[in-house]
Design a binder for this molecule. Sequence first.
Ligand SMILES: Cc1cc2nc3c(=O)[nH]c(=O)nc-3n(C[C@H](O)[C@H](O)[C@H](O)COP(=O)(O)O)c2cc1C
Length: 212
Amino acid sequence: MHLRMDALSAAERYKLLAGTVVPRPIAWVSTLSAAGVGNVAPYSFFNMIASAPPLVVLGAMRGANGGLKDTATNILETKEFVVNLVSEPMLEAMNLTCVDAPPEIDEAALAGLEMLPSELIAPPRIAGAPVSLECRLYQAIDAPPGSTIILGEVVAMTIDERFVDAATLRPDPVAMQLMGRVHGVGGYTRIRTDRTLARPVYEAPPAARGGA
Ligand SMILES: Cc1cc2nc3c(=O)[nH]c(=O)nc-3n(C[C@H](O)[C@H](O)[C@H](O)COP(=O)(O)O)c2cc1C
């Protein structure tokens, strides 16, 4: 089956891409509005895309009314957000926060989340999340007709010290029980390491080395 994207509806494109580009990590994003109202929502159009500078990307689709979602509005207005990563014990609370609540409602309260202050930015982080990334807006890209792409620079990380080797700074995402998203209709997967491969080292063939 060969599918041209311009022949499909937005819903069909979403279904096909969200069900094949998997698993996706989940950014559980906490923000503050310009007036200081808290907001928490999950975004799985999310990844790390650079380490120098340390950048993450979020993709916010337009809301049901065609306007920006609260997370995108808040980030564009305040230029700050926290990406909290989702562990399996917090999966159901995460799901509660995707409810389409009006801007004056803080989903953290709806889901019974405890919020803790961040170190460098104003939006708080979610207590109990194994990792929280404090981010400042790096660049926002309007992608009409339906999306806003947000690049964030990670300025600080809080990581549960049980899950990181203090000497090597190597984290253990399996022990953290981080979850990924596998399709757009409520499917999630655990993170695990099934195979480990050594990185290959290129060896030039004998002719290239000047041999016979
Ligand atoms: C696991 C999960 C991942 C989601 N990922 C996205 C996403 O990447 N982009 C998006 O626009 N909406 C995504 N949604 C839907 C938003 O969370 C939902 O529209 C939410 O109400 C937005 O809240 P806000 O207006 O407070 O930002 C996701 C929902 C779930 C449950």
